[in-house]
Write a protein that binds this ligand. Structure first.
Ligand code: DC
Length: 223
């Protein structure tokens, strides 16, 4: 029998870094499902398919093979038809495309089995938007990880500066609000806490505090 932990929440709540570190502490596999949507978004961008062209997006799915692998440090690598696109899917353009393609039901259906199979075969911490509500409704622990839009925008802004990406705080806040709006208002799999999830708000916590809280919450609820 394997255990599964679902971690959902808005963009910039620290889900991926916290989930990865929690997975390491618990010796679970970490699956970042946003990377799957980003990979489909990247493909659409590369093929010059517009974000609004639903038929174009659905039409390219048949030619896509997406695989998740893990490097020696336990980091997730995404392979798109065999090509490692783990870095390429992190640009702001890929983010906006990911949000657009994730609103297409056929895209969500295409990725569902892949995500469920990962959880069948391994003890997983899986992060995304609909893991507790749709992908793993029977997850052993469900966490909704959030923080205020301003806190999330400030964290993302600092990350961008560290990476040498030029932007203003106002631009990042606008992007955060825009992505929240898209992710929460789409008709299919909108971002919302599962009924049986535990909400953790990290607005007032630093990284270490958030990490301890998430690990403690998982440990207590896995019993
Ligand atoms: O977590 P992220 O920023 O890498 O996610 C990229 C986009 O994919 C985001 O706009 C929401 C979408 N997404 C989704 O709809 N469902 C998931 N399980 C994960 C991500």
């Amino acid at each position: 029998m394997s255990y599964s932990v679902a971690i959902d929440g808005p963009a910039g709540a620290g889900k991926s870094t916290l989930s990865r570190q929690a997975a390491e502490a618990l010796s679970f596999i970490y699956v970042d499902t946003g990377a799957l949507y980003r990979t489909i978004g990247l493909t659409a961008a590369r093929k010059n398919i517009s974000k609004e062209d639903k038929d174009g997006i659905v039409g390219m799915l048949d030619s896509l093979s997406i695989e998740l692998a893990f490097n020696d440090d336990g980091e997730q690598i995404v392979l798109l038809n065999g090509e490692d696109v783990s870095g390429l899917i992190r640009t702001p353009e890929a983010s906006m495309y990911a949000s657009a393609v994730s609103a297409v039901p056929e895209v969500r259906a295409f990725l569902l089995e892949l995500q469920r199979n990962m959880a069948k075969e391994n003890n997983v911490i899986m992060d995304g938007r609909d893991i507790g509500t749709v992908v793993l409704p029977n997850a052993d622990v469900k966490i909704f990880l959030t923080a205020s839009p301003e806190t999330r925008a400030m964290r993302r802004y600092k990350e961008n500066l560290d990476k040498g990406i030029t932007c203003t705080y106002e631009e990042v806040l606008r992007d955060v609000n825009e992505r929240d709006r898209q992710d929460m208002n789409r008709p299919i799999a909108p971002l919302k806490p599962a009924k049986d999830s535990i909400t953790l708000d990290t607005s007032q916590l630093d990284f270490e505090g958030s990490k301890q809280l998430i690990i403690k919450t998982i440990r207590e609820n896995l019993q």
